[in-house]
Design a protein around this ligand. Structure first.
Ligand code: AR6
Length: 536
């Protein structure tokens, strides 16, 4: 709490849900297999949706091509080796089984196991970060617990992959609207494989390699990262996740939905007649999206390569979210880089860790017990919306028309996911929980980005809860300008035009909100020159 005991302005948070509390808002569409929705587990006919049982896998045939994830356990995954100078091919999964079933008692054994089926990395990887983490950073008892209790279970989980996932995982490719649903157990097995770096063709960063337009998924880069405590704290979060899922298999499921809207189908912003006032806005200077946006669509300030720097030095909003809710990392396995008019919605992740600090001061702060209920499809009612802003290093650049339109389209594509044209209700619930999207590592300006997001949400007809991350000034300025826009019945189209007018000024020297205020005053005076307008 701050500023007189009330940290928020605008409408109360309850206005984000509709008539009831967070769980009264409508659920996202039920999981149902379709040509564009692959479900990797068997949906029981009498599912209560409470997530009581671990779902059984859906059966299908292994695929080894450009449309599907190349699985480490695929019989097609072969690895070259030499016998008496002769080149031969061996099934890679057998090599993995052999290496992981050997005793792994410390970080050196682990590194040797990983290299045994990734021999090309022998001259590239030192595992400095991994050794430093287990031998110097973590408490010796924790390290001991990890290697004697957790790791053997992780090996079982990783090696059970061919039983846990029995049908191919499609890639969520660019320009396609496609969804994947899988169980938390399936995700755990995939992530255990990431930990052991078993995914084929995923270790190279060369631009011409098959997966160059996909994020990293093997943890190898994390094992090289040294000199940064926050990286080690991220590893703590991940080890904690594995400890949790190895102790008790989670029973829920998750859905990943990629949305791609051709630019011509995005709104014509200048013509939008949606009223800003129709979008309920809650602005809070305290709290975070993940702690306080309970039940809302929580924005991930993403990189177009999902997860951003989670597997190396990155430790800001997206990376932190991905390590406290590691199931989000499954997206990195199958989601091609997001295009300007694309977004990814991830429904059903569980949070496993508490944390403190941010960036360099980030710390794992213990176990988190997630009490979000399950929806009718067995997903936790936690929804994360990944949208990647553009990086800027100068304000003039940020105010270029095409960049503003790109950011509005991006936010709108995400926020209007799972809404239908036919639904004429004035607002869609749940609302969106967001904040200074694109304004940290990506250098954008919060006064502009907050308005662009409110405009996109207005067009998508979703209420907005905006967390300013301790910025009291932004909270008060944003609600002030929002109230002004509302009093003047300003539409999204009119506001867009005002922002475009502002972009013609010297944006480095002038300020957006006073400019908008002046325009509104001028307009009011032009309409009723004798009536003074009360403002401030
Ligand atoms: N809740 C609310 N607001 C937050 C939170 C939170 N949990 N965390 C941070 N903020 P940033 P970007 C505020 O830099 O600029 C990653 O590497 C805080 O004011 O994470 O879009 C991605 O992978 C912070 O300064 O997002 C991308 O590569 C601001 O949000 C890149 O960073 C922006 O957070 C995206 O950078």
């Amino acid at each position: 709490m701050s500023d007189g005991g009330v940290s928020w302005r605008g409408v109360p948070i309850t206005s984000m849900y509709g008539s009831e509390g967070p769980w009264g808002a409508p659920e996202f569409p039920l999981i149902s297999p379709a040509y564009n929705h692959t479900v990797l587990y068997h949906i029981p006919t009498n599912s209560s949706g409470t997530g009581d049982h671990v779902p059984t896998p859906q059966r299908g045939e292994d695929k080894w091509d450009h449309e599907y994830v190349r699985m480490p356990c695929s019989p097609h995954s072969l690895y070259p080796y030499k016998v008496n100078g002769e080149d031969k091919l061996k099934k890679r999964w057998e090599m993995i089984e052999e290496a992981l079933q050997d005793n792994i008692e410390n970080s050196h054994d682990l590194a040797a196991a990983i290299l045994s089926y990734n021999s090309k990395l022998k001259h590239v990887m030192t595992f400095r970060g991994l050794h430093e983490f287990f031998n110097n950073y973590l408490d010796p008892e924790e390290t001991d617990y990890f290697f004697t209790i957790t790791l053997p279970e992780m090996v079982k989980l990783a090696l059970a992959l061919p039983h846990i996932i029995q049908s191919p995982i499609p890639l969520l490719k660019q320009h396609k609207n496609r969804a994947i649903s899988l169980s938390q157990q399936q995700i755990a097995s995939l992530l255990a494989n990431s930990f052991f770096c078993t995914f084929p063709r995923r270790n190279s960063s060369k631009t011409d390699c098959e997966y160059s337009s996909y994020p990293r998924i093997n943890f190898s880069t994390l094992y090289e990262t040294t000199g940064s405590d926050s990286t080690f704290e991220k590893l703590k979060c991940l080890c904690h996740y594995f400890r949790r899922v190895c102790t008790k298999v989670p029973t829920g499921v998750m859905t990943f939905i990629r949305r791609s809207v051709p630019p011509r189908q995005c709104p014509d912003w200048a013509e939008s007649t949606k009223l800003i006032a129709q979008t309920p806005l809650h602005v809070n200077s305290s709290g975070t999206i993940e702690d306080d946006g309970v039940g809302l669509m929580q924005v991930d300030f993403a990189n177009k390569y999902l997860g951003g720097g989670v597997l190396n030095y990155g430790c800001v909003q997206e990376e932190i979210r991905f390590v406290i809710c590691p199931e989000l990392m499954a997206s990195m396995l199958f989601t091609e880089t997001l295009r300007p008019n694309e977004a990814l919605l991830m429904i059903g992740c569980e949070r496993y860790s508490k944390y403190s600090g941010y960036g360099n001061s980030f710390k794992w702060a213990g176990n988190f017990v997630d009490d979000a209920p399950f929806d009718s499809s067995g997903r936790r009612r936690c929804t994360v919306l990944a949208i990647d802003a553009l990086p800027f290093n100068n304000k003039a650049h940020e105010y270029r028309r095409e960049h503003i339109v790109r950011e509005m389209n991006k936010a709108w594509v995400g926020m209007s996911i799972c809404t239908s044209e036919e639904d004429k209700s004035p607002l869609h619930y749940p609302g969106v929980a967001t904040g200074n999207w694109g304004c940290g590592a990506f250098g954008g300006s919060a006064d502009l980005k907050s308005l662009l997001q409110v405009m996109a949400a207005s067009e998508a007809r979703r209420p907005v809860a905006y967390y300013t991350f301790n910025d009291l000034r932004l909270r008060d300025d944003l609600i002030y300008i929002y109230d002004l826009l509302s009093q003047h019945n300003v539409t999204v189209g009119q506001l867009y035009k005002m922002i475009m007018m502002f972009s013609l000024t010297d944006v480095r020297k002038s300020k957006l909100y006073p400019f908008i205020k002046q325009k509104l005053l001028d307009k009011a005076q032009a309409v009723a020159p004798t009536t003074p307008v009360a403002m401030d």
